[in-house]
Ligand binder design. Sequence first.
Ligand SMILES: [Zn+2]
Ligand SMILES: [Zn+2]
Length: 293
Amino acid sequence: MPLRPLIGAHVPVAGGLLRGVEYADRVGAEVIQIFAANARRWGWQDPDPVQDVAFQAGTADRGVPVFVHASYLINVGSADPAIRRRSLAALTHAVDRAADLGARGVVVHTGSAVGAARNGRRGCLVSGPISTRLRDLLLPVLDRGGALGLRLLVEPTAGGGTSLASRVEHLGPYFDALDRHPALGVCLDTCHLWAAGHDLAADGGLAATLDALVEAVGPDRVGLVHANGSRDGLGSGRDRHESLAAGMLDTSAFRQLLANDALREVPVVVETATEGHRADIALLKGLRDGLAG
Ligand SMILES: [Zn+2]
Ligand SMILES: [Zn+2]
């Protein structure tokens, strides 16, 4: 077991999955996240069995864990039955591909209740008919993922609009709606948390956020962290990733992240612009390795 988190990136796989492994080598990634289908269009291509085998062998040889990020179009909170049907199909596909590829988990955004009443506040927490939507859509996916040894990692969004979960407290009702399913986990994105008003850069800010998370969902639910900087200020509600050394989120947030004992076995990937991946990974490794000893 690593004493500190593995560090890597969301890697591009256009041109074949093996490109992702080669990319990981180039940027120094110890863990990778991939899309198993087009992230911005419904549907997917048939897998290439040769690439699948080479990808599995390449990641296993390197000891690089794999996570699959499901399509951005999936919205498990949608009021539109057609969107929910497509979301279920896309999420099921992502889980099956993750199992094929030996991945540890599937990341999906917590979603929003487009078309729902706002209740006069930011966000639209899970209750009533939204709970029913979540249960109908996600419980079968969680059962399937659990049977395959995978976790479904729900990622709180930056907030704004009718987001179902942006602050970590919002995950309490979200988990309740899903009976706190054992295959249910969380993916924390530093840019999203910052946008939702969690001041990760303040002294003790990261620990306070994790305390609130544990209060909401209990311990040991975080399966992956997305380390991203932000172009916007604290509580902006905006989701604009920035490279780690730039932007408004101070790198003290990442130092606290890598020093946190509860997260020491939770891998960290950057989802920043690809041209900055090598530098972003090097920055995180420098912070992590500076803590060793
Ligand atoms: Zn995401
Ligand atoms: Zn993310």
